[in-house]
Design a protein around this ligand. Sequence first.
Ligand code: NAD
Length: 431
Amino acid sequence: MRDISIIGSGYVGLTSAVILAENGCKVTCIDTDKNRVRQINQGKPPFYEVGLESRLARIVNGKGILKASSDFERISNSNITFICVGTPCNSDGSIDLSYIKRSATEIGLVLAKANNYHTIVIRSTIIPGTTEEVIIPTLEKYSSKKAGRDFNVAFNPEFLQEDRALHCFTSPDKIIIGEYDHRAGDKLLELFNGFTAPVIRTSIRTAEMIKYASNAFLATKISFINEIGNICKKMDIDVYEVANAIGHDSRIGRKFLNAGIGFGGSCLPKDMEALISKASELGYKTELLQSVVNINIEQPPRLIEIARERLGQLENKVIAILGLAFKPKTDDIRHAPALQIIGQLLSEGAIVKVYDPKAMPRIKQLFPNNIILCSNATHAINDSDCIILATEWDEFRDESLYAGKIVIDGRRVLDPEKAKQVCQYYEGVCW
Ligand code: NAD
């Protein structure tokens, strides 16, 4: 049985851990958050991900092949360690490598005492050059050993989508292996035995860039269609008809062409910032990528502009926001457009009511006192002057919920024709 350690038990680390354990590996999840560790050992995921709860419970309560711990010494039992810790942004947009550095330090200290040959696989998203310039030197420093000779390193970017993370691991579109040398790549590839996805073996820094290029392209697609949507709206053209039509072109494709209030989440916004920041450090001005970010930031305030046009000053107006997560079927509110909307409404003195099927505990941590947390959509809608739709959860798609109300739709949740018949007023952000 393969013995694997995974550092970081978030969306990436824990879903990988469950699948690897289901595939017969013995997995140790290492996380500095002791609460998280306790929850995982009780079989309870510390976040919402479709299908994860039952599968984690089965694995943890089963043969004891998945265990969580805060003790890095446990790594010494394994011969592969994945690093899946967060890589957020600093306030200047550059990548914050503090969690990565701490992981590499702890692994290095364990390697110093270990006798077995260990392969370290980085799955966190990191700016090209980080593995070679930061991670490997840290591992070598704290282990007093040499990469390639005494241990090995590979970079295996993660492309999972929250809401289908488990499926993404088992059925990836591609497997990217950035290898320090062939031995590291071969070791990693053994874990993907039986997978049918194309495998691309390359240098570590190329693999690091593939991840950023992929996210930058997706973000560009979203800002592109939002800009087209903003133009369409002024010309009384439905951007969704346009998107559906151009999406048939196999060179374009329909995915990521849903016009609305833009991208959020734990990846695209911070990865764009980090790439732009790195380019600037290298003396390159990113005209396109910066425009993609600017368009994205300017999209949510368009909803508030519509609200002002309908209601006048927003002070003391009751605004309900339905949907807080950055997309449906997740509880992740990191960089969600809804946060930007809440902040702006509060600064204008509005009374804000919110509801999301999964993200309420997370929003409560951010806004414990100054917004009204509702127990369901109807509770939020009742007594509101205006409703903003910020995430396209299926349960918000019933037009009859909004009879006689002013509705501003940021995600094409409702069918505009039907909504106009039922609502007092309906308008979309760019339709
Ligand atoms: P997350 O914030 O959900 O989880 C990170 C975990 O790491 C937390 O449990 C935290 O307590 C733990 N941690 C932090 N420092 C630690 C340390 N030194 N030792 C042990 N544990 C530590 O993060 P995530 O969403 O799973 O993302 C992880 C990485 O994967 C990021 O680089 C992200 O950009 C990338 N990624 C994320 C997704 C996604 O959809 N979430 C997709 C692709 C790539």
